[in-house]
Design a protein around this ligand. Structure first.
Ligand SMILES: [Cu+2]
Length: 140
């Protein structure tokens, strides 16, 4: 008789979920003055896989937490950004992260960022897969 506890299977699958089929280009963390405790992350994500990658989170050791953001024109013509539960990188396609569109944010920075330093960021998907990439701190 073989039994496979569903919960155990799920957590093991999550631990072994692996790496998302993504590439990051021009990944940039916007340099902010030391008193500013949040910043944005821009760049281009390319999905080299055959299925969409649905991102559900971002993290970095320099920040308390990260957020996925979208920027949309509101009815008054002003641009407003809001938190998104997911961002999707289409199969074989790209997601451009910019100040006028989708982007990532790092919140409650634990220390000032230095222009020119490289930070490690981790994107995660609903299925537990992750993608670790480097982003340079640059002035906007
Ligand atoms: Cu933002």
């Amino acid at each position: 008789m073989t039994t496979t506890p569903a919960a155990g299977k799920a957590s093991a699958a999550s631990a072994r979920a692996g790496t998302l089929p993504l590439k990051a280009e021009n990944a940039t963390v916007v340099a902010v003055p030391p008193m500013i405790k949040e910043t944005s992350v821009f760049g281009t994500l390319t999905n080299t896989g055959k299925t969409p990658v649905v991102l559900s989170g971002v993290s970095a050791s320099v920040a308390d937490h990260g957020m996925l953001m979208v920027t949309r024109k509101a009815s008054g013509g002003m641009q407003g950004m809001s938190v998104a539960r997911t961002l999707t990188v289409p199969a074989g396609g790209r997601l451009v992260l910019s100040d006028t569109g989708d982007h990532l944010m790092l919140m409650k920075l634990k220390r000032p960022l230095r222009v020119g330093e490289t930070l490690t960021l981790i994107l995660s998907a609903m299925d537990g897969r992750t993608f670790t990439f480097q982003a340079a701190v640059r002035k906007p």
